[in-house]
Design a protein around this ligand. Structure first.
Ligand SMILES: Cc1cc2nc3c(=O)[nH]c(=O)nc-3n(C[C@H](O)[C@H](O)[C@H](O)COP(=O)(O)OP(=O)(O)OC[C@H]3O[C@@H](n4cnc5c(N)ncnc54)[C@H](O)[C@@H]3O)c2cc1C
Length: 417
């Protein structure tokens, strides 16, 4: 596609992508795949070229992978795609009328088209000032700082029993650290997976030596020069050499505060991933949009969504208005903890059918339905049936019909039954 074929103005300024990570990279590459020939510039606040985050709570944190293995592309691949990656460049403002992004060094980067992919930042614990030993886990730098603390026998307190916290707990145990996890809910990962699966995963972690303080909040992080532990709301003090705060992430939209774009709950986009003016689209964790497959506004903080949206935001940015396509997708995530793989696709619904549950092992396959149709599937170590069910969600199959068909797959799997 030549620039003149697109709906974009063609002043030669090119397309600027803000956010040099998963969604931004895939958007930049998709511009080339769709034939865009003008300059493509990827601005990223971090000092590294694009890298992958899932290994930061898994293989890189355990030391199984060297950090360089998380890189998404090498310099040669970026050069071949003619993507100019500018690392260490933070966008601080956007002027949609002048079509300029302002950066922290005072420069203005002009664009014909803009793709916003600034993702999320780790949420910090209110009232807990930064100090040595107090960690979050979002960036490669965070991962390496935490990794340096995880010696055999070191005491790690994890605040928050969500995915990042529990993956980090598993990684820390594999390195011989003593791990205690604190969470206000009665089972780990309960908010997303519910109490039954939460209880099974809690057993799994206990078998690997993780201690829990559930149903408790943190009153304070203690230690002034460096972390010494945390105090719980019942007054108990948990001593710790390091504390990981794993309480979620917030969309990185601060730099858009004066832009006129709607940033009330992430960056609000329409179904084409357009964020206000037609020459601005967006992708990844930062985006809230209405997913036509579910008729629901959502913001998804998962890997496959960032890739798919990056490609879609680029395609729609280049397309003439009548040729844009709404971004419809079945959200998907996975989590690896020890030898257990948790996968979820779609959306939870009011109807629930358990097709598989093993009392002795964390093995589940649970279908969710809305208005009689399959809307979601949750799998713990039941990968084969999960893959089939994921496809059925996009096909909007009747719940009972999907359950019957999937049941026929179950006697031969999973291997642990
Ligand atoms: C430790 C960890 C483990 C994960 N594991 C899984 C998993 O197992 N399965 C799964 O499905 N998902 C997982 N995820 C989620 C997945 O990695 C994210 O959904 C994905 O990274 C989102 O990509 P993104 O490009 O939208 O945002 P991000 O990856 O957050 O990237 C945004 C980039 O924009 C940059 N940026 C922000 N503000 C600015 C600015 N003003 N100017 C310039 N640049 C800026 C940031 O520095 C960052 O590099 C994990 C995430 C983490 C942190």
């Amino acid at each position: 596609m030549r620039a003149s074929d697109t709906a974009l103005p063609t002043t030669g300024r090119g397309i600027v992508v803000v956010g040099g990570s998963l969604a931004g990279l895939h958007a930049a590459e998709a511009l080339r795949e769709h034939g865009y020939d003008g300059p493509v510039t990827l601005l990223g606040a971090e000092d590294e070229p694009p890298y992958d985050r899932p290994p930061l709570s898994k293989q890189v944190l355990t030391g199984e992978w060297q950090p360089g293995r998380a890189a998404l592309r090498n310099g040669g691949e970026l050069a071949a795609a003619r993507i100019e990656v500018r690392v260490g460049v933070r966008a601080t403002g956007l002027d949609p009328d002048r079509r300029e992004v302002r950066t922290a060094d005072g420069a203005a980067v002009a664009y014909d088209g803009l793709i916003i992919a600034t993702g999320c930042a780790a949420r910090t614990l209110p009232g807990a000032d930064p100090r040595p030993g107090l960690h979050t886990l979002r960036t490669l730098a965070d991962c390496m700082a935490l990794r340096a603390e995880l010696r055999a026998g070191a005491r790690l307190v994890v605040i928050g029993a969500g995915f990042i916290g529990m993956e980090a707990a598993a990684a820390a145990r594999s390195l011989g650290a003593e791990v205690t996890v604190v969470d206000p809910l009665p089972t780990p990962m309960q908010a997303v997976l519910g109490p039954r699966i939460g209880a099974a995963l809690g057993r799994l972690h206990r078998e690997h030596g993780v201690l829990f303080r559930l149903g408790r909040n943190v009153r304070a992080v203690i230690g002034s020069l460096r972390v010494e532990g945390v105090q719980l709301d019942d007054g108990t003090v948990l001593p710790g050499d390091a504390v990981l705060v794993g309480i979620g992430a917030t969309p990185a939209v601060g730099w858009l505060a004066d832009s006129g774009l709607d940033i009330t709950a992430g960056l609000r986009c329409d179904e084409y991933l357009t964020a206000g003016p037609p020459e601005i689209t967006a992708a990844g964790d930062v985006v809230s949009w209405t997913n036509p497959l579910f008729g629901e506004r959502m913001r998804i903080e998962h890997w496959s969504n960032a890739i798919e949206q990056g490609a879609a935001a680029a395609r729609n940015l280049l397309a003439a208005p009548a040729e844009r396509t709404p971004f419809a997708s079945v959200p998907y995530f996975w989590s690896d903890q020890y030898d257990v793989r948790i996968q979820f696709a779609g959306r939870a619904g009011a109807d629930c059918l358990t097709l598989l549950e093993d009392p002795d092992a964390p093995v589940f396959l649970i279908l969710s339905g809305r208005a009689g149709r399959l809307s979601g599937v949750l799998s713990v170590n039941a990968a084969r049936a999960f893959t089939r069910a994921r496809r059925m969600i996009a096909q909007q199959r009747p719940l009972q019909q999907a359950a019957n068909e999937l049941s026929r797959l179950l006697p031969v799997e999973p291997s642990r039954l």
